[in-house]
Design a protein around this ligand. Structure first.
Ligand code: PSV
Ligand code: MN
Length: 392
């Protein structure tokens, strides 16, 4: 048995959640380009996510963003998704695009605006009940731009109160996941800037409240795998928003900017027990989501490339010889330990993964198979007229 054969079965349960918004148009504050074939409805976005799953076998869930993906009948949407072979996943709230939220939402000074934001989360929980979703993911744009503009402590206290009201509504099988981000759109302070603040807030709520780690939400140079280790150690890593960044929150394809970082993160996930089936649906407790935008590249192959990158680095991380690593660490063999980790990182698993896919009735090379399938031209020809969806 070669090394890959020993880990092949561990790749079977891998499930990556795709963000519905990755299939809509996106861009920067300078321009959002339209692109042929972009969905005009949430049903078409879900169909695109199902296409990614069909070509890779890696993406059985789609995360929704409310109100971007608002519909009248979520049970019907669930049936539509299931008919295409995918499930509806995390529900993301959105308190960053309404004029009332100019000075914040859950931490706002005005109790009426806070209540409006809390009510929006209640609505999201109703959506989760209909879609069968486990996670309510909260990311807040709350913050300030200038020193002195806001009472930092007061905002933190109000945030705690609002989160408690939301948590009280979360069902027994549901979770609240709080995402942090160190800046943007606020430039001086953010109310949930780092994992520590998110951890402090969710710990005060209870067991079903955890932290979401978006890989693009840290200052350059941050040791993200250390945070992964710590949150798993504390039992509070709820989910990932995977993406890549070169400069800020770039939302590029995961594994494209720094594959080694992705490998290091996944190694800590595996070592910390965050990978592998832990739920009745056979998926991990930690939700592996993508949070990406495809501003200039085709969106479906962009998502295919993304899930393949996660799988490739997962395979390499699973290949680390843990016994040898433990022995080298215990013996104080600095270069030996580092060499063991690097051996796994430098192992090219692409041919083995192609074989793994073929054995499971999947295309050996999903990127090529998609390009040759003609699917892109079909949707471009079919999706004419209507309004292409975007992030607003
Ligand atoms: C904020 O930058 C964020 O990472 C949150 O997860 C939002 O919900 C998402 O991006 C929207 O793209
Ligand atoms: Mn995110």
């Amino acid at each position: 048995m070669n090394d890959f054969a020993a880990i092949a079965a561990k790749l079977d349960g891998q499930a990556i959640e795709l963000p519905s918004w990755a299939f809509g148009n996106s861009g920067t504050r300078f321009k959002v380009f339209g692109s042929a074939g972009t969905p005009r409805s949430i049903e078409e976005k879900i169909a695109d996510a199902a296409t990614v799953h069909r070509f890779t076998g890696l993406a059985p869930k789609v995360a929704l963003h409310i109100p971007w993906d608002k519909v009248d009948d979520y049970a019907a949407l669930r049936t539509h998704a299931e008919g295409l072979g995918v499930a509806l996943g995390t529900i993301n709230s959105n308190t960053f695009q309404d004029d009332d939220y100019k000075f914040g939402s859950l931490a706002h000074v005005d109790p009426k605006i806070r209540q409006k934001a809390v009510d929006h989360h209640f609505e999201c929980i109703d959506v989760m009940d209909a879609t069968g979703s486990r996670d309510l993911k909260i990311w807040l744009a709350d913050g300030s731009n200038y020193p002195g503009q806001a009472d930092l402590r007061g905002r933190q206290d109000r945030l705690a109160e609002s989160l408690a009201a939301i948590y009280e509504r979360i069902g027994e099988e549901q979770r609240l996941v709080l995402e942090y981000k160190f800046f943007e759109p606020a430039f001086y302070h953010t109310d949930v800037p780092d994992w520590g603040t998110s951890y402090a807030q969710v710990s005060a709520l209870g067991e079903r409240a955890t932290v979401c780690l978006d890989t693009g939400h840290h200052a350059p140079g941050t040791n993200i795998e250390f945070i992964v280790m710590q949150l798993l150690r504390l039992g509070k890593l709820g989910s990932f928003d995977f993406n890549s960044r070169f400069y800020a929150d770039d939302d590029l394809i995961v594994g494209s900017a720094d594959p080694f970082q992705l490998f290091r993160i996944l190694f800590e996930v595996i070592r910390g027990g965050g990978y592998g089936p832990a739920n009745p649906d056979g998926h991990s407790e930690v939700a592996f989501m993508l949070d990406q935008c495809h501003n200039v590249e085709d969106k479906i192959p962009g998502q295919i490339r993304s899930v393949l990158n996660v799988q490739e680095m997962t395979a390499r991380a699973l290949l680390v010889d843990r016994d040898a690593l433990d022995a080298a660490q215990t013996a104080g063999d600095v270069l030996g330990a580092n060499g063991i980790l690097m051996d796994a990182f430098y192992t090219d698993v692409r041919a083995d993964l192609a074989g793994w896919r073929e054995e499971r009735g999947l295309p050996a090379e999903p990127m090529r198979a998609y390009a040759e399938s003609g699917h892109q031209s079909e949707i471009e020809a079919a999706r004419v007229g209507g309004t292409q969806l975007s992030w607003n």
